[in-house]
Design a protein around this ligand. Structure first.
Ligand code: GDP
Length: 474
């Protein structure tokens, strides 16, 4: 085991520079105490203000969490008289794959902090075993007796609230419900005009005790557009491209079961390599692009940027005499062909630099099965292992890859989308930020009441390399 005497390790490294509280009970969540042994210290430090916001949030969660009087009052169907001091809640519900779920959960947590709400998560058994409970003395799991656990049919939606509030004959205050469904799904509105990023909508939402969020998007850039949040956000994140890096490492600690899988794999295959290269290969339509095209594209990318050495066709192998260094390549993909082809290639050939390349692929699930617990734990294990690599090459538009690079504090090389047998030129492009991309951001300027490109309003937002209409914080 690589775990050595812990007494010589500075506390800042062990608790991620103060992001994590040091007073949790170790056996319930080993990864919280051991992750620093596997991950290099991050060059990005959370600022004191962010840390104080997290500690304040933890207090709020303890006061208002499940099984408190406040929770019982506010979530009881039909409660009418709310006071200003009552706790308010944001219930996160899952949609889409694990990467999408993780990025929205981080966005939801930031929204909860900004609006003094308590974040509760509706996890089914497919997500139950993935993470440790992130908050001390309490749980973030939505209790099963939550009144609308099974069906959302009778809850008012954000859309109807918007319609009601714009109808001048209604006095909107009287119409504000106790529970409200906030749907920020990408497919929901083709124009992406949900007005969520407008201060006026936030004033309405502020009055609703329980918001039930349904989204698969990293809507953090929207939060940066809301004037009433901007001051707090710039104090919390002086470096705007670190939002997910900090919040993600704070929230998503692998459960003991996942940690066992991660550390076992890491120690068996990655720990001894001089360099760890992560390849995340997500192919959405296998009929459109043959595996060989993708492999050739990856090789073109790794050669161009000197991430992996060239094969030694002449077998000159002069460098054999040099001290051999090794690179481990971690392949994450639904398809076994990728790991197999790369492994065979490097086994059958030497490299011009004499480096030894070893290729490992932890699983090949064949297809996405997002509501299955053993499938999800494999996905989470691979996302986490990728995040421990030194260099990442990821697939375009994949939230699975976003979580890996952002947790790892890495700017990945993003492959270009390939079609047929043509290898895109250039094959890949370096990401300018480690933040996830918001694929379907708003285009509506709330004050000017017209369409706008937000990159012209905010210099810290740029279009994503892999999704031209998307937005990334930089
Ligand atoms: P995205 O669709 O690429 O944005 O990523 P998501 O994570 O939201 O959805 C893809 C899902 O397919 C994952 O959550 C996994 O369930 C599965 N999946 C995709 N690629 C991989 C992979 O490389 N390894 C594993 N184990 N599962 C994968």
């Amino acid at each position: 085991s690589i775990i050595s005497s812990s007494t010589t390790i500075p506390n800042n490294d062990r608790f991620l520079d103060g992001l994590l509280l040091s007073t949790f009970d170790p056996p319930s969540c080993l990864s919280r105490y051991q992750s620093y042994l596997y991950r290099k210290p991050s060059p990005y430090k959370p600022c004191a203000y962010l840390i104080s916001k997290l500690r304040n949030y933890e207090l709020l969660h303890t006061t208002c969490g499940p099984h408190t009087k406040s929770y019982a009052k506010v979530t009881k169907k039909g409660t009418k008289n709310f006071s200003k001091n009552d706790c308010k809640y944001l219930v996160w519900t899952p949609s889409n794959g694990l990467g999408n779920r993780i990025i929205t959960l981080a966005a939801a947590f930031l929204y909860a902090i900004l609006t003094d709400r308590v974040l509760l998560v509706k996890f089914g058994i497919d997500m139950f075993g993935l993470f440790c409970d992130p908050f001390p003395h309490s749980s973030w799991l939505l209790p099963r007796n939550f009144p609308y656990w099974k069906d959302h049919k009778h809850i008012q939606t954000y859309e109807t609230m918007l319609i009601n509030s714009s109808n001048k004959n209604n006095r909107s205050n009287e119409l504000l419900p106790q529970f409200l469904i906030l749907n920020l799904q990408h497919s929901h509105d083709a124009r992406h005009n949900n007005f969520f990023h407008c201060d006026q909508s936030q004033r309405l939402l502020h009055k609703v005790p329980v918001l039930i969020l349904s989204s698969d998007q990293y809507f953090v850039p929207s939060l940066f557009m809301i004037p009433s949040f901007q001051q707090q956000l710039s104090k919390m994140f002086p470096d705007k491209d670190t939002v997910f890096h900090h919040l993600g490492r704070y929230l998503f600690q692998p459960s003991n079961e996942a940690w066992e899988l991660i550390t076992r794999f890491y120690e068996a295959h990655l720990a001894k390599a001089n360099e760890k290269i992560g390849l995340q290969i997500r192919v959405y339509n296998t009929h459109q692009v043959p595996h060989t095209t993708v492999i050739n594209e990856i090789l073109a990318c790794t050669l161009q940027h000197k991430l992996l050495p060239e094969l030694d066709a002449q077998k000159t192998a002069t460098s054999r005499l040099k001290k051999q260094t090794s690179k481990a390549v971690l392949v994450a993909s639904l398809y076994f062909e990728y790991g197999e082809k790369l492994r065979t290639m490097y086994k059958a050939n030497t490299t011009v630099t004499g480096e030894v390349i070893k290729v490992y692929q932890p699983s090949h699930e064949g297809r996405q099965k997002s509501n299955n617990d053993t499938h999800n734990i494999k996905a989470w294990t691979e996302i986490y292992l990728l995040s421990l690599c030194d260099v990442l090459i990821t697939s375009p538009k994949s939230t699975f890859g976003y979580v890996a690079h952002s947790l790892g504090g890495l700017k990945p090389w993003i492959l270009k989308r390939a079609y047929g047998e043509t290898i895109p030129n250039p094959p890949c492009q370096r990401a300018m930020s480690m933040e996830p991309c918001f694929h379907y951001p708003p285009k509506y300027d709330c004050r000017a009441n017209n369409t706008v490109d937000f990159t012209s309003l905010y210099h810290h937002m740029k279009h994503c390399e892999d999704v031209k209409s998307g937005l990334r914080l930089v």
